[in-house]
Design a protein around this ligand. Structure first.
Ligand code: CMP
Length: 143
């Protein structure tokens, strides 16, 4: 079954949106199989956002993501990678549709509440990076 990496960013945790966001994915029918409240190190942030290293906002991005706790998660379900991206909404909250997480709660492109893997390759890489001991759970959920 497909899995993806989702992370509630420091602004989402600070604004008490964690419960709402988890609830959205639960109600959609996805299964939470891994969760870790953690403070990201600068090294981990730089590795995670490596593809943006040459962007002008890279320093700001690393500073923000390490500024407070994040909730790192692994979610499982059919087409979870694409569907969770749709539920998150556009990266730029101003372009994110109402009803999406960023469309409902976000204003700034930097503080955009949640990160989600954009492909199967990214999901694999990001799950390994944030859950290196493979400390996720395998279980059956009743429908
Ligand atoms: P995310 O999906 O976590 O992946 C890369 C992040 O870079 C993105 O969400 C945004 O939060 C951030 N980002 C993109 N553009 C900008 C920008 N112009 N200024 C600050 N952060 C940005």
């Amino acid at each position: 079954m497909e899995q993806t990496f989702l992370m509630i960013k420091p602004d989402g945790v600070q604004r008490n949106l964690t419960g709402d966001i988890i609830s959205r994915f639960e109600r959609k029918g996805f299964k939470l199989v891994g969760a870790k409240l953690m403070q990201i190190s600068t090294e981990l942030a730089k590795t995670h956002y490596g593809e943006h290293a040459d962007k002008p906002f890279f320093g700001e991005l690393v500073e923000f993501i390490t500024s407070g706790p994040v909730l790192a998660m692994v979610w499982e379900g059919e087409h979870v990678i694409t569907t969770s991206r749709t539920m998150m909404g556009d990266t730029k909250p101003l372009e994110a549709a109402p009803g999406t997480i960023r469309g409902d709660y976000g204003i700034s492109v930097g503080k955009n509440i949640i990160h989600g893997s954009d492909s199967a390759e990214s999901a694999e890489k990001e799950m390994k990076l944030f859950f290196p001991e493979d400390d996720t759970v395998s279980y059956t959920k009743q429908d």
